[in-house]
Design a protein around this ligand. Structure first.
Ligand code: PHE
Length: 376
């Protein structure tokens, strides 16, 4: 008497196919493994039953069972692969972190300053981000340049006379090139300076302003050029409530065929509004810089100024001096333009009524948090 249900065995792969194809998780797969290959499965029970079959029937049963097992094994392997892919996709989806998501500033989220925050953006970096966004929005390029700079770029190409007072040791950090023999000497890394752009025997300084990037950008990019360069600058000041020897400026340079001082005024007006709000406006007062002619001091009218609305000095500007253009290989008969430089600490201090430069320099996250720069 045969214990083998040939019909059931022959139908098994069909049944298994729909079962295995609907398996999604490793758990589904484990259950199906028990169902089809476990002790009570049709395959295992039938194999056991073969022992009790007649000699004539055994080969037939073995063949039918073998075929079913092979088919189901194949389905199982395919399902294992599919489940693996599926679980990986699931893992990637749940573990995925979008590294490009902008940080969420607490102030924007709650309009309050909560105690709990994970960290904070430094106020200088926060405002540099704003400055970069503004200039990108008006179609300008953002650039940078070395902080250890050749006097050629910091002064000479910018039309500073050989005896200009700004070159004096009192204002400028000069850098001594090390012979390299004393191991405690800090060797100035030569790669900081583009050797093609400078005479290696030149004296090096910590750049005293971002204006040397005017000359570098003109050499690198040529004309027409619209570029903004926020960056660190150095002067031999003591750190106190209103000074710091390391501070930041943002340089602007636009060179094209028909630029006038009206274009300069227009950009500055927009820039001031972006930094200080819609009611801010700008004014230019005649001044002197070796690298611009005419030159002007830039004042901003800031309605929320501590002690009442008023004009505050914000930076310097002017039409780029023809000598600078010539020094940088630009024909001043064909191209001309304007430049400006504003102090970034100054912008922060004015905008947020900050009383002490130490607060900006120290980088305490609680201070950033007060400015709404805490990050969740
Ligand atoms: N470099 C000048 C300074 O540091 C500012 C400035 C930049 C003036 C560009 C004119 C044009 O004071």
């Amino acid at each position: 008497m045969s214990n083998i249900d040939y019909n059931e065995i022959e139908n098994l792969p069909k049944l298994a196919k729909s079962d295995f194809e609907s398996a999604v998780t490793a758990d589904d797969l484990a259950k199906l493994k028990t169902k089809y290959f476990g002790d009570n499965s049709v395959l295992v029970m039938s194999s056991k039953a073969i022992g009790g079959l007649s000699v004539e029937e055994k080969p037939k049963a073995g063949k039918v069972l073998g075929a079913a097992r092979a088919a189901i094994n194949e389905l199982f392997d395919a399902a294992t692969e599919a489940v693996k892919i599926n679980e990986e996709a699931l893992q990637y989806a749940t573990e995925f972190e979008d590294m490009t998501t902008p940080v969420e500033f607490l102030k924007q989220k709650y309009n309050v300053t909560p105690i709990d925050f994970d960290g904070a953006v430094h106020p200088i970096n926060g405002i540099i981000n704003e400055i970069q966004t503004f200039f990108r929005n008006v179609g300008w390029t953002i650039g940078d340049g070395p902080e250890v700079e050749a006097t050629e770029f910091n002064f000479d190409k910018l039309n500073f006379g050989k005896d200009h007072p700004a070159r004096q040791m009192q204002d400028t950090f000069y850098i001594e090139k090390s012979s390299g023999t004393n191991p405690t000497d800090q060797k100035i890394p030569d790669q900081k300076i583009d050797e093609n752009q400078t005479d290696v025997n030149e004296k090096l300084v910590m750049r005293t302003h971002t204006s040397p990037v005017q000359a570098r950008a003109l050499k690198t990019h040529g004309v027409p050029l619209y570029i903004a360069v926020p960056g660190k600058v150095y002067r031999t000041d003591e750190l106190d409530a209103t000074h710091t020897p390391v501070f930041h400026q943002c340089e602007g340079l636009a060179i094209d065929k028909d630029l006038t001082m009206a274009d300069l005024k227009g950009v500055l007006e927009l820039f001031a509004k972006a930094m200080f709000g819609e009611d801010a406006k700008t004014r230019l007062r005649p001044s002197y810089f070796p690298f611009t002619e005419p030159s002007a001091e830039l004042d901003v009218w800031y309605p929320n100024k501590k002690g009442g609305a008023g004009w505050i000095e914000w930076g310097g500007c002017g039409m780029v001096n023809e000598n600078v253009l010539t020094n940088c290989g630009v024909d001043p008969k064909e191209y001309r333009g304007f430049a400006f430089g504003v102090g970034i600490e100054r912008t922060l201090i004015l905008r947020h009524n900050i009383n002490d430069m130490h607060d900006i320099v120290e980088g305490d996250v609680r201070f950033s948090n007060q400015l709404g720069l805490g990050v969740l």
